[in-house]
Write a protein that binds this ligand. Structure first.
Ligand SMILES: [Zn+2]
Length: 375
């Protein structure tokens, strides 16, 4: 979550804390990235990009062009949220706002599961990162493709990793430029976050994703309307199907607790009338570790479970504006066993020398932290 006052004060100099806060899962916070964002607007140079991990300036001529793609008279005039935080009295939110974070409202156009029972729409968010290749290696071993929700700032930082993911047939999708709570942004900032990410991916891969996932699932009908007009399908995840892997780096979850979460999801799957989509990440080594050492092996050992990218599970074999691109839609071959899993168990040692950003566990209650940092 970006602690930026998103409306009239948006251009103030702000030293940003990019903190992951999943509002649907209590109020635990931990630091994901740090960025010092420019205090004043300057146009993005030709062939360049906005400051990494900062909400792009909307004054930029490129953004002004993109704004012409949206008919804002068709966008609900919902108030901008306070960085995605729910009001104290949730009943004050109009039902028509359909705000996932606070109302747990799912719009008819939201993709939150796979239609076929015992089908898992596999996704990983927040990459590409230095740890993503270990995930790709494992998936490749199992002839498995997935949906990757890409942060534009990470794509610029690790373009070769993104190219590899694309070349290996994964579905590349959008996860915004700087990972903000999207309901906390103005209409123009929403456009800038989505389109700069689209541009970064297109510049690197030559294709335009048609799917996006809002960070923290933070979306309402205002944000949906903009995303839809820009040509994107909104993907969240099945209600409650969050492994909490994002809480391991901050020390608020353990691999064991994440595995236990996943086990309970797997136990529920046979009772469901649909398949499901789970929230997982490939930003930090601990997230990749738990995926390749525990969660995926467990899934491959589950009889009758099909695992495939989200686009395939809803019957879309061309998840880019240009068509299928390199998208492959194999399910996994289901041959994972504990021996294979162990092959990867020692792989995290290399990450120690990577230039990782420090993580700080913040255990104060959500509202206290939010209000303190916003002051
Ligand atoms: Zn994310």
């Amino acid at each position: 979550m970006i602690f930026r006052i998103p409306t009239a004060l948006a251009t103030l100099s702000v030293s940003l804390l990019l903190v992951s806060a999943h509002p649907g899962n209590g109020c635990s916070l931990y630091k994901r990235q740090t960025a010092t964002c420019p205090a004043t607007y300057a146009p993005v140079a030709e062939g360049s990009y906005p400051a990494l991990d900062c909400v792009p300036f909307v004054e930029d001529p490129q953004v002004q062009e993109w704004l012409k793609l949206v008919n804002f008279t068709q966008v609900p005039t919902t108030a901008v949220s306070n960085a995605g935080a729910c009001p104290p009295d949730i009943s004050t939110i109009p039902a028509s706002q359909c705000w996932w974070t606070c109302q747990k409202c799912v719009a008819p156009t939201d993709i939150v599961n796979c239609p076929t029972p015992m089908t898992w729409g596999l996704t990983y968010d927040d990459g590409p990162s230095p740890d993503s290749p270990r995930l790709y290696d494992y998936l490749k071993t199992h002839n498995q493709t997935t949906t990757l929700f890409i942060v534009g700032s990470r794509a610029i930082s690790y373009p070769d990793t993104l190219k590899r993911a694309y070349q290996e047939g994964h579905q590349i999708a959008i996860h915004t430029w700087s990972h903000p709570s999207m309901t906390g942004l103005t209409n123009e900032q929403v456009v800038a976050e989505l389109k700069w990410t689209e541009k970064a991916i297109h510049d690197i891969l030559g294709v335009t994703p048609t799917y996006w996932r809002p960070p923290y699932g933070d979306v309402d009908d205002r944000v949906r309307a903009i995303a839809t007009q820009l040509g994107y399908k909104t993907v969240i995840w099945t209600q409650g199907f969050d492994t909490n892997d994002w809480d391991i780096p901050g020390g608020l979850a353990t691999p064991e607790s994440v595995v236990a979460n996943f086990q309970s999801l797997l136990a529920e799957a046979p009772t469901m009338s649909t398949g499901f989509i789970v929230l997982e990440h490939d930003l930090y080594p601990q997230e990749v570790d738990v995926a390749i050492n525990s969660i995926l092996p467990m899934a491959y050992n589950t009889t009758g479970l099909t695992i495939e990218p989200v686009a395939k599970c809803i019957g879309d074999f061309a998840p880019y504006k240009e068509g299928a691109g390199t998208f492959q839609n194999e399910g996994g071959n289901g041959t994972t066993n504990s021996t294979l899993a162990q092959t990867y168990s020692g792989a995290s040692a290399q990450q120690e020398s990577s230039s990782r950003l420090a993580m700080v566990a913040l255990t104060t209650s959500c509202l206290m932290v939010l209000s303190g940092l916003l002051l």
